[in-house]
Design a protein around this ligand. Structure first.
Ligand code: GTP
Ligand code: MG
Length: 200
């Protein structure tokens, strides 16, 4: 899919003030610093569209970007990083939880996982929480340029094994690098197919 236009619409702390839910929406979530904003920039091919930083906690609001005037990409704050906002029992901020529980047009969530790490409890917990709230999601492993392919596949296998302890089927998995533009076609085609399916 070609990205003809990508424009920042608005930032919000309050899910009720997000744009009216008319267009299909694709959200990016994961631990702070995992590379959510960078992946969005890579998909849109615009450096600096979403703000990135080497320090965790950069994205603090719900950010809507309108793509091709037809669908939204949403950049969210990360979880797993001590921040000022109140966190709930599970360790995810109310902002994040309310977003996932309220957005009617949330079509698919990309849960980003750092490909360099062994399975992290907070990611598994968050995926469980999405599942128990019937939020549709896929996985995207990030920063694969930082290590060799073998290391990436070992970590992905061990993450899958962890998920198989509680899930019968696993969602679609994308292997990405914002730096090397890996996974761009695959993710954009996936979104395109879902968008086409929604029209029928
Ligand atoms: P928060 O908004 O703080 O939750 O972080 P985020 O998940 O949006 O991460 P962000 O995109 O700001 O990236 C964090 C850091 O990782 C930045 O220094 C990025 O340059 C770096 N980074 C992100 N993706 C990649 C990647 O694919 N490869 C490499 N080498 N670095 C990356
Ligand atoms: Mg960010």
């Amino acid at each position: 899919m070609e990205i003809k236009s990508a424009k920042f619409l608005l930032s919000n702390t309050d899910v009720s003030k997000c744009p009216t839910a008319i267009l299909p929406e694709y959200a990016f979530i994961g631990r702070s610093n995992v590379g959510k904003s960078s992946l969005i920039n890579m998909l849109c091919n615009i450096k600096g569209l979403a703000k990135t930083s080497s320090t965790p906690g950069k994205t603090e609001l719900i950010n809507h970007f309108e793509i091709n005037e037809k669908w939204y990409l949403v950049d969210l704050p990360g979880y797993g990083f001590a921040r000022k906002s109140k966190t709930t029992l599970e360790g995810f901020s109310k902002l994040i939880k309310n977003y996932f529980l309220d957005r009617e047009m949330l079509t698919c969530t990309f849960v980003l996982i750092d490909s360099r790490l062994p399975p992290q409890k907070i990611d598994i917990d968050f995926i469980r929480w999405l599942g128990s709230n019937c939020v549709p999601f896929v996985l995207a492993f990030t920063k694969t340029d930082k290590q060799n392919e073998l290391k990436t596949s070992v970590n992905i296998e061990s993450f899958k094994n962890e998920l198989f302890k509680e899930w019968e089927e696993l969602p679609r998995i994308f292997i990405t690098s914002a730096e090397k533009k890996i996974g761009r076609e695959e993710i954009l085609n996936y979104i395109r197919e879902i968008n086409l399916g929604l029209k029928n």
